[in-house]
Ligand binder design. Structure first.
Ligand code: KG4
Ligand code: ZN
Length: 345
């Protein structure tokens, strides 16, 4: 099989992104361009993503972003083997905007179209960045998703654990808000936690020790609120101590839950168990959590694959890559493929 050149379009949340990726005949990937426009500034005043604002912003800049990705890669539509767009899960308005763009380009140029599951794209990114081949374990921790997956092949994913309430990034964002910190909350909480004592405010660690590797964050967030109310009015040191306690609790939860997912993978595969743990999502940028995962991986005999931040968070390259992987298997979608705001793997 020859090389494939795929354009990827992503507009499922608050980044408008497009990229061109090349997949050679041996299955190795190369990013030729990766253009992202974040809508963070538009949403910041509201302390979260506003769907209507997101949809309008995607519509306004999609063509420019796609143009930029093609130009930066030095290719035209005629050179492409496939055009991939995120079809779900995500916010409907943005999904429709991205899908329509991709379909229109595919129709006009007669290029095969690929409707991509955003979660699948995150799960396959380690193949592009680190050359991982399945089976491997995957931890996805973003503002919208918290799950552990067993990646057994392209199109073959087993979800081991997921959150029963908030995503971890969402818990960081809500905790930041209730402590009067800015949006997005993850980096703010991490910064504040640096000067804090993680032991001053004891916090619960929901789900730790449970056999099923699921996550729960809502109780932890509520506990932070109760501690904050009891200590009000909060001085900077109180905020720092609460952030440090929260970050330590989340880190403990992640290590325990991923460790449990490792147990399950080992039960399934025996001696042929996965040797890699791949991480994706904005929360992977957290130093304490990343260090905790590094320690766990080492203790359990796994290698850790943490793609660069630009490929851990939402981007077009992961969509293009998932498209290339599917195209290599002969999988193509019809132009009638509708957006799927809910689309579990
Ligand atoms: O993957 P991502 O950029 O976007 C999606 O959710 O799709 O993840 C964003 C999330 C936000 O909730 C943000 O607060 C969190 O990742 N985050 C962090 C850190 N940086 C970003 N959480 C903890 N520590 C960080 N340093
Ligand atoms: Zn994402």
């Amino acid at each position: 099989k020859g090389p494939l050149l795929v354009l990827g379009i992503e507009a499922s949340c608050d980044e408008t992104a497009a990229a061109v990726v090349r997949r050679d005949g041996t299955g190795r990937g190369e990013i030729l361009s990766n253009v992202v426009r974040s809508q963070l500034d538009e949403h910041r005043p509201y302390g979260g993503v506003v769907p209507e604002i997101a949809a309008r912003a995607h519509v306004e800049c999609l063509d420019v972003i796609v143009r930029g990705a093609l130009d930066e890669a030095g290719v035209t539509l005629k050179d492409l083997s496939g055009i991939a767009a995120t079809a779900g899960p995500g916010l409907n308005g943005g999904l429709v905007a991205g899908l329509v763009s991709g379909k229109a380009l595919a129709l006009a140029s007669g290029t095969p179209f690929l409707a991509i599951n955003h979660l699948e794209a995150h799960a396959l990114t380690a193949g592009l960045t680190d050359g991982l081949s399945p089976p491997y374990l995957m931890l996805l921790v973003s503002g919208g998703h918290t799950q552990t997956l067993l990646v057994e092949g392209v199109g073959r994913y087993r979800r081991l654990g997921t959150t029963v309430d908030d995503a971890i990034g969402e818990a960081f964002d809500k905790t930041a808000k209730l402590l009067g910190l800015g949006y997005p909350g993850g980096p703010e909480v991490e910064r504040a936690a640096r000067g804090g004592d993680p032991k001053r405010f004891p916090l619960p660690r929901p789900m730790i020790g449970r056999a099923e590797p699921h996550f729960s964050l809502a109780g932890l967030k509520t506990a932070v609120r109760q501690r904050a109310e009891a200590a009000a009015p909060l001085a900077d040191q109180d905020v720092a101590d609460l952030c440090a306690a929260f970050e330590a609790a989340v880190t403990d939860i992640v290590i325990d839950r991923v460790g449990r997912a490792m147990d399950m993978a080992e039960d399934t595969f025996g001696p042929d168990r996965p040797r890699w743990l791949a991480v994706a999502g904005g929360v992977a940028a957290n130093t304490a959590i990343a260090a905790g995962l590094g320690g766990l991986a080492q203790a359990r005999g796994y290698q850790l694959a943490v793609p660069p931040a630009a490929l851990c968070t939402d981007n077009g390259a992961m969509i293009a890559w998932a498209g290339a992987e599917r195209l290599a298997l002969g999988l193509v979608d019809g132009l009638d493929f509708a957006a799927r705001p809910r689309w579990p793997l």
